[in-house]
Design a protein around this ligand. Structure first.
Ligand SMILES: [Zn+2]
Length: 498
């Protein structure tokens, strides 16, 4: 123990006691007298003179029993070591006097330990000072409790924290999603009325949906009947964090700091178009892994990262252009020059199917077809064509009067193919990857016969040679490839069938 300090304290207390003449001091004589009248101390005296038992069951005696080796009697006063054991009736008065200087618990205890003792004197000192109104009034606020962490919400946009941020005479609305850390920062250009707030929130909610919970500070501007009504009408639970305990809305608080930093960074470089530049910084924030989640707000919010200029440095392995082509071609019925096909023939009354032979290909899905019975060439879309799976053309049929048998003709196949865009017919064959040269639409369209023949048995022999010959001969005859848009462009002259 620091004796100097102790004496100093003691002097203070003595001085104060000296000034307080309304209290008669507790003297050794008084203690001697009170000790003789104290029922507990009388028992202790008796034990000390007659000898202590092996065990003590009386609760009031137990503390003395435990320190019986330290106890001694001098001139009718009980001592524990050098300290006077204070009879019960003087304890409160001495507590009051010990605390006359309104010193703290530690100092008060140290003063007491130098002079007096009774069972649980330390506890009594603590209780006494703790109940001192004067000390509580001037006591510093207790250290701020660590904010209780909000439970992690079950999904994105479940609980959002909102707050206002004032900077450079402008007020912004900060909205942060607790799950994804997706951050919104909107300029409150129409003031901070509840109506304006609801308007901004509606703007955000229109994109991301209505959250289950909104948390805000107990801000008077937000906490209004109108806002509560807005929340109630939309099934939102509105939670205000405790007054003056901003850390409870820590999510928004941190976001305010983040946004302020963003705006200050903008100010350093260019003061014009702050909101415009803020968008860019928010974009970067949303696309950067957040320290608390390890993932980008965008990926947690959208299920994907946002494409940015930085993505341009990464080669796109899924070269979408080629993929689209491949997809279109794979899903498209396969026809080759020379194939025998059923083609739709349009009369004034109805549509019929007639036999033809593909003469040429004009684009991904358009063909020039020679129609035998009409002895003419027409343009047809793949949706107006069916592969002929029979043997050689029946010459008799072909030479019959078209007008007479047109009505009776129907393709011996499945129903006419579904319109473009629907599921491909079962006859569509997916060629092996090696057969597709995605970098050239002409090559990609060429279907080796050995593949096609699995489904379309033309009954022809020497197919391999035919393919070779066909490819070699037709390539120069084809028009330049069309722009590949995944859809058929209307070609000049295709409007007139027949
Ligand atoms: Zn006090």
């Amino acid at each position: 123990m620091n004796n100097d300090e102790h004496n100093e304290d003691y002097d203070d207390v003595s001085y104060l006691n000296f000034l307080d003449d309304s209290v008669t001091p507790v003297t050794a004589d008084k203690i001697r007298q009170a000790t003789g009248n104290d029922p507990t101390l009388k028992k202790v005296f008796r034990y000390m003179s007659l000898g202590w038992p092996r065990k003590i069951s009386c609760a009031s005696i137990v503390p003395y029993f435990r320190c019986k080796a330290d106890l001694q009697i001098d001139h009718g006063i009980l001592f524990r070591g050098h300290r006077v054991v204070i009879p019960t009736i003087f304890r409160d008065q001495l507590l009051r006097e010990l605390h006359t200087g309104h010193l703290g618990i530690v100092k008060t205890k140290s003063i007491a330990r130098g002079k007096m003792w009774w069972p649980n004197i330390d506890g009594d000192i603590e209780r006494w000072i703790g109940s001192c109104a004067a000390c509580v009034a001037v006591r510093a606020a207790p250290p701020r409790a660590a904010p209780a962490p909000w439970p992690r919400p079950p999904s994105a946009w479940y609980r959002v924290h909102i707050d206002y941020m004032s900077i450079h005479q402008k007020v912004y609305l900060i909205v942060i999603d607790a799950y994804s850390k997706w951050l919104e920062c909107l300029l409150m250009d129409k003031g901070t009325t509840t109506r304006a707030l609801i308007c901004k929130l509606k703007e955000i909610f229109s994109r991301f949906g209505v959250p289950n919970v909104i948390v805000s500070d107990n801000d008077i501007k937000i906490n209004s009947a109108e806002f509560n009504s807005f929340c109630a009408m939309n099934g939102i639970r509105y939670v205000t964090s405790p007054v003056y305990h901003a850390a409870s809305n820590g999510q928004a608080e941190n976001s305010v700091k983040t946004c302020k930093k963003m705006i200050k960074c903008i100010d350093k470089t260019d003061k014009s178009k702050v909101e415009d530049k803020l968008m860019g910084l928010l974009f970067e924030y949303r696309n950067t892994p957040h320290c608390s989640t390890g993932q980008t707000p965008a990926s947690l919010m959208m299920g994907r990262n946002l494409r940015s200029r930085l993505d341009l440095v990464i080669p796109d392995v899924n070269k979408t252009k080629d993929n689209i082509d491949k997809c279109v071609i794979d899903n498209c019925r396969k026809f080759n020059i020379g194939d025998q096909v059923w083609v739709k023939w349009f009369t004034e009354k109805k549509e019929i199917w007639v036999l033809g032979t593909i003469q040429n290909k004009i684009g991904n899905r358009m063909f020039l077809i020679y129609v035998h019975t009409k002895n003419t060439v027409c343009r047809r879309h793949v949706d107006q064509m069916l592969m002929y799976t029979g043997g050689e053309f029946d010459v008799i049929n072909e030479t019959e009067d078209a007008g007479a048998d047109e009505d009776s003709w129907s393709p011996p196949l499945e129903p006419p193919p579904a319109p473009a865009g629907s599921a491909p017919p079962a006859a569509c064959v997916n060629p092996p990857p090696s057969s597709l040269r995605a970098d050239s639409p002409l090559q990609a369209d060429v279907q080796p016969r050995d593949v096609v023949s699995d489904e379309y048995d033309t009954g022809l022999s020497g197919e391999e040679e035919e393919v070779e010959e066909r490819e070699g001969s037709r390539a120069p005859a084809l028009p330049a490839p069309l722009p590949r848009l995944g859809r058929v462009l209307r070609l000049p002259g295709t409007g007139s069938y027949n």
